[in-house]
Design a protein around this ligand. Structure first.
Ligand code: NAP
Length: 295
């Protein structure tokens, strides 16, 4: 068997086009574009690159981008004061504080300071609680993107056995909640799981969100399974170059799975598209409007 490739780039382009349409309609009705504020503290090159690409994508979707770059010696109080100003700024519909923060800062305190209605990362405990209780909040972007790819590939997920490998607050746990909401039977695995290979082998859907390159081997998979590989780690190769690897051994998995996301080009592009989607949805909800159709 050679698995179908799940094209995250194409799915993200479609979603971004829908977001741009909804943002344009919002502007026509309300007189202003939806706005996303991104806060970067300190000099962390990968974070700076993420912030640049998020700002570019925001503008391309016809939304307003507010970038705030603060020096690494910024105090917690100064950052909190900026979050408060953004919470109060009516032009700002979404606030994203880029992680990791410098070591002297309390990340949880910062995340919980963001107004839940503007928490487009979906990390605030209020949004985590809404997701866990099946209510409408803002859902973390990466798992939301994974769910969209799964639904595009499989349609109705109801009754399928799914395993989520990883239990982080930003990927694993919200992913499991979304799959429960989609009526899957869900197993959540982590570093203490006994017989991980056996657990993976029972699953129709495998979500790998571990950060251990190529941990999941082809012979762990149930033939025909749908595999979503969230992992993305840069690994030095024998020739000294660095390659982006997922959590699944891709070539082996291709022979067994029914469908699989490549790394790169799978989950990654959907994450930014879902951030834009959350921003336009937040703008509508804050203005008392229904969510845009198709988002
Ligand atoms: P994380 O916070 O480090 O969590 C990793 C999870 O994997 C933990 O729950 C950990 O278990 C579990 N784990 C570690 N070793 C394991 C093992 N040998 N067997 C089973 N489970 C194991 O990571 P994260 O933030 O969720 O990110 C995971 C990966 O996704 C990373 O590669 C990250 O770069 C990538 N990512 C990609 C995107 C994207 O847009 N494509 C977005 C976010 C993250 P314990 O809880 O027991 O420690």
């Amino acid at each position: 068997m050679t698995a179908r490739l799940i094209d995250g780039k194409a799915a993200a382009a479609t979603l971004r086009a829908r977001v741009a349409e909804a943002a344009g309609e919002f502007k026509r009705q309300g007189g202003r574009a939806p706005g996303l504020a991104v806060v970067l503290v300190g000099e962390h090159p990968p974070s700076a690159a993420y912030v640049r690409s998020k700002a570019k994508a925001t503008v391309e979707a016809g939304m307003e981008s507010f970038e705030h770059r603060l020096p690494s010696e910024t105090s917690q109080d100064e950052l909190m004061a900026l979050v408060d100003r953004l919470n109060a700024d009516d032009r700002v519909d979404g606030i994203l504080v880029q992680m990791p923060l410098p070591k002297h800062m309390d990340e949880a305190a910062v995340l919980t300071r963001v107004d839940p209605a503007k928490d487009v990362d979906g990390f605030h405990p209020v949004n985590a609680g809404l997701l866990a209780t099946g209510l409408d909040g803002l859902v973390p972007c990466t798992p939301l993107g994974c769910l969209m790819l799964l639904e595009q590939e499989l349609g109705d997920l109801s009754g399928l056995d799914a395993i989520v490998v990883g239990r982080s607050n930003i990927v694993g746990k919200p992913m499991a909640q979304l799959l429960i909401r989609a009526s899957c039977t869900v197993t959540v695995a982590h570093s203490r799981t006994r017989d991980l290979a056996g657990a993976v082998r029972r699953a129709d859907i495998v979500i790998a969100a571990v950060g251990r390159p190529e941990l999941i081997r082809g012979d762990w998979l149930k033939p025909g399974a749908t595999v979503i590989d969230v992992g993305q780690e840069r690994v030095e190769q024998a020739d000294g170059t660095r390659k982006l690897l997922g959590d699944v051994q891709f070539e082996e998995a291709l022979e067994v799975a029914g469908a699989i996301t490549p790394v790169p080009g799978g989950v990654g592009p959907m994450t930014i598209a879902c951030l834009l989607r959350n921003t336009v949805v937040a703008a509508h909800r804050r203005s008392g409007l229904a969510d845009p159709a198709g988002l």
